[in-house]
Design a protein around this ligand. Structure first.
Ligand SMILES: [Zn+2]
Length: 144
């Protein structure tokens, strides 16, 4: 697995997984007890079960890509990614494939900047979770 090099001052630096998921938006990352460090974290025990058995992060073709992102793969977008993408579009109003295409076309830095704007609570300024439709800090309802 490759760690994508980005500006260290950025909030979601090193939190964008190969599939286009921003781990910084995950409820597993944002929880107070035993928070997950994200896909690139070496501490596996705090990772959600779903992520520990993820077939994308352990994909052999992904390991061969130059960028470490799925968009560089010859099979992109593969069935596994499309399934994940569909689940997130339907349940959480976010698309991995859209994220990946944006990164491919505009670069990771611009993506990270956009993510900060998109996922900041307009009321209290704290980071939002893609898995909840309200702000974890102040309870403000989120329009996705
Ligand atoms: Zn808030």
């Amino acid at each position: 697995m490759k760690v994508v090099k980005t500006s260290p001052h950025m909030k979601y630096n090193n939190l964008i997984a190969a599939c286009g998921m921003n781990c910084g938006l995950c409820i597993g990352y944002l929880r107070e007890k035993k928070p997950c460090g994200g896909c690139f974290s070496k501490v596996d025990e705090n990772k959600p079960k779903y992520c520990r058995s993820c077939s994308i992060v352990n994909c052999e073709l992904l390991a061969k890509t130059e960028s470490g992102f799925c968009y560089d793969c010859e099979k992109y977008p593969c069935t596994r990614l499309k399934q994940l993408d569909k689940r997130y579009r339907t349940k959480y109003g976010m698309s991995m494939i859209e994220n990946l295409n944006f990164i491919k076309n505009n670069g990771i830095e611009k993506f990270l900047l956009n993510e900060e704007t998109r996922w900041t609570c307009r009321k209290c300024g704290k980071g939002l979770s893609v898995h909840r439709d309200f702000c974890l800090n102040c309870g403000e309802k989120i329009e996705k």
